[in-house]
Design a protein around this ligand. Sequence first.
Ligand code: SAM
Ligand code: DTB
Ligand code: SF4
Length: 344
Amino acid sequence: MEWPMLETPTGEAEATGQAGTGQAGFWTLQQAQALHGLPFNDLIHGAHAVHRRHFDPNAIQLSRLLSIKTGGCPEDCGYCSQSARYDTGVKATRLMALEEVVAAARRAKAEGATRFCMGAAWRSPKPRDLARVAAMVEAVKALGLETCATLGMLTGEEAGALRAAGLDYYNHNVDTSPGFYGEIISTRTLEDRLATLANAREAGLKLCCGGIVGLGETLDDRLAMLVLLANLDPAPESVPLNLWNEVAGVPVAARAERPDAIAFARLVAVARIMMPQSVLRLSAGRQYMSDEAQALCFFAGANSLFLGETLLTTRNASEERDAALFARLGLTAMPAGEGVDADA
Ligand code: SAM
Ligand code: DTB
Ligand code: SF4
């Protein structure tokens, strides 16, 4: 059998090494299924070949998260510890003070992060809060860090104000497939999310947009989510692939099922082939993965992660473990600003 069986949607032989236009194309679920169904070695080899053409295969982008406003969220996302609708034990806080955020960003920089992501448990920011977050963005940017925020839905004006303050990335996930979405969230639609993503793009922000696996969705849902992401035009610069981080008391807890390491590496590989120029982040759920499982995902094309023992409210892999893993694999930190195709 020849690798690859598929051409990219633009008709370019991206995966064969002959081309790599980087243009977003139109991927179909059938194409994603065909890629996913390849023998494991063919799939991983193909994905790694694509990866090497666009990125330094040994460099990993390092981000640090901070929950600047935790819990008490009015939305009903069925996986989330921060929704006020579920009894998860997470205490709601007010928006953090500027100085505390800057101190955390300084620590993140000292620990090796190049991007600092500020997350707030909001449906969307109120004008007063937006002004305060804009000041945080400005101060974090002044430390020489890339900036990212995830604050819920944004209008075009709000996105523009954040961009003007120095925001580089906006994180807003599609979360799951169009078909499964309604089983997980009812208080905002997928169309709402796409509108926010369009507003962020329009304002000149880079997109960090991905989703979660392990919510009880099918394999086709996982692939349909990747198709949705790959068909954003252009594809998001950063794509977080979250494994659902267990939270007691939320609706998803009753049906969640994490993919095993091989199944997850296959998804990473499909994502790498369909989004050759996007930085793929092993996001939530890394603490469940062995070193070997993470190594396989890096080989399949994952090249970004969150450092630090907590994400927003849940646990992450420990910094000691990550340092040891980097040493074992000879991985280095991706320099800031290199998150886009090195060949472009
Ligand atoms: N409230 C804002 C929003 O949802 O737009 C921003 C913060 S929200 C926590 C950011 C993303 O984190 C969600 O869209 C979801 O994809 C991810 N997330 C939340 N809880 C998670 C969990 N328990 N496991 C994995 N990912 C999770
Ligand atoms: C994303 O896709 N993953 C990060 C970031 N965007 C904000 C969040 C993961 C959150 C995990 C749940 C928690 O810690 O509360
Ligand atoms: Fe609120 Fe975001 Fe959690 Fe949904 S994912 S409940 S919007 S904090």
